[in-house]
Ligand binder design. Sequence first.
Ligand code: HEC
Ligand code: HEC
Ligand code: HEC
Length: 134
Amino acid sequence: MGKRILTLLPALFLASAPLAGRAAAVLKNSDCLDCHSDNSLFKTNSAGKGISLFVDSAKLVASAHGTNLCISCHSDATARHPDDNKVLQPVNCAACHQRQTDSYGASVHGLASQSGQAEAATRNTMAPMTPASG
Ligand code: HEC
Ligand code: HEC
Ligand code: HEC
């Protein structure tokens, strides 16, 4: 039990950091997963093809991005989604990684050291929620 709490600490630390300035507005992962943990959720793209919108949160938590909030990457998601009918923008890796091809490079580790304890806890194999293109 004690060990489990320790490994969760960095995640809580990172998760609470963005709360500082705008407490009420921040959407929690559970807000998103209310809908996106449903493995039958899908949308139909303009070509008429069904695209799964299921998110395996266990996989995300176990990945190098386990400390990131959904809205850290999907930064344009608001409480009005999906009722506003605005398609969310593709995720901008470069917002956090200056050079996304340099995955073991200075930018990623610079980010980890800024956030204190993050590095030790998140040095796992990379398992992004979708196969990364770059
Ligand atoms: C009330 C249910 C619901 C909630 C809550 C919800 N979503 Fe969605 N989400 C949907 C539906 C339905 C779609 C498909 C919309 C469409 O047809 O374009 C969708 C689509 C998406 C997409 C695909 C791109 C797009 O816009 O179609 C992403 C990414 C996404 N949601 C992320 C999130 C994130 C992040 C959160 C939490 C901040 C969240 N969703 C909360 C229902 C929800
Ligand atoms: C490290 C960044 C990152 C985090 C954190 C993240 N996502 Fe994503 N997500 C992506 C990327 C990249 C895609 C691929 C499409 C794109 O570029 O927007 C994607 C796609 C999606 C899609 C569209 C379906 C699909 O598989 O292509 C949904 C829905 C979604 N994410 C919801 C979520 C939810 C809910 C969370 C939190 C539990 C979350 N995401 C956390 C990066 C992230
Ligand atoms: C909101 C900020 C954020 C976004 C956006 C983001 N990442 Fe990350 N990424 C991180 C953090 C934090 C880590 C953990 C750093 C560590 O532990 O060294 C990480 C780790 C990684 C790693 C593993 C590096 C290692 O040393 O293990 C890769 C690869 C990576 N990200 C690729 C991507 C890709 C590709 C995208 C776009 C789909 C993306 N990231 C979007 C914050 C982000």
